[in-house]
Design a protein around this ligand. Structure first.
Ligand code: GLN
Length: 240
């Protein structure tokens, strides 16, 4: 598995790097070899060879710093996404895949426009623990995490929400949606980091990456009792 961590130094809030670690570790536990490629502005990368691409969260300042570099990668990234590349983008990274992000001061940071959505910062930050419900292979799955963003994201008709908010604000605190999904691109506001806390979601991403290469996507089960017990504690507290 080739895992690309895009802008690990600029987009890495609240331990988002843990998402790459969880993906790699759960592959290795199944005997799958993993290579992690950190890609910083200016570094070459061929997205066609990548199996999993990760972008974390960052502040407005950092988003602004990478917008130009990201723009240069648009065509190659778009082609890979159309070919089924599995992508996970969190918070600031999520916003950059949409059309634009407007800061509180009214500055517009252009996004890649890979997804039909836009984000505008609001005065009150949305901070706190979150529970969402999403569907994985037809089954409802509860996912836990933590959000901290000023941006309010609104989805256009060409993308679906990743999930429905049970606790917290999600995309905008208004419409009950959280994150976005289009093809194999998954976006979310949930830090936590998201994947180590939600093993079912990691395995789903791994299966999609294997299926894209025509490989058997059935994964041997792992012992997730610790992760599940931790999620249970959070669900019990938050869903009272
Ligand atoms: N700058 C963005 C916001 O505040 C992203 C923050 C983040 O990635 N946590 O909405």
């Amino acid at each position: 598995m080739k895992v690309c961590h895009l802008y690990p130094e600029l987009l890495n809030l609240y331990g988002d790097r843990g998402n790459v670690m969880a993906f790699a570790r759960r592959c290795r536990w199944r005997g799958l070899g993993v290579e992690v490629l950190p890609v910083n502005p200016g570094d070459p990368v061929d997205f066609r060879e990548v199996d999993f691409l990760f972008l974390g969260g960052g502040s407005d300042r950092e988003q602004n710093l990478i917008a130009r570099d990201l723009e240069k990668r648009r065509d190659l990234l778009q082609a890979a996404v159309e070919d089924g590349l599995v992508v996970l983008a969190i918070c600031g990274g999520y916003q950059l895949l949409g059309r634009y992000y407007r800061t509180l001061e009214g500055r517009v940071i252009p996004g890649l426009g890979l997804l039909d959505l836009y984000t505008e910062a609001g005065r009150k930050r949305m901070i706190g623990n979150v529970v969402i419900e999403l569907e994985i292979e037809g089954e409802p799955v509860r996912v836990v995490g933590f959000e901290n963003h000023a941006g309010r994201t609104f989805l256009g008709p060409q993308v679906s929400p990743l999930g429905r908010v049970l606790v917290g604000c999600g995309n905008n605190g208004e419409d009950g949606t959280e994150g976005a999904r289009c093809r194999n691109v998954f976006c979310s506001y949930l830090h936590g980091p998201l994947l180590p806390k939600n093993p079912r979601l990691v395995d789903y991403l791994i299966s999609l990456a294997l299926a894209r290469r025509g490989l058997p996507a059935d994964l041997a089960p792992l012992d997730d009792s610790l992760e599940n017990a931790a999620a249970e504690v959070m669900l019990r507290r938050l869903l009272k």
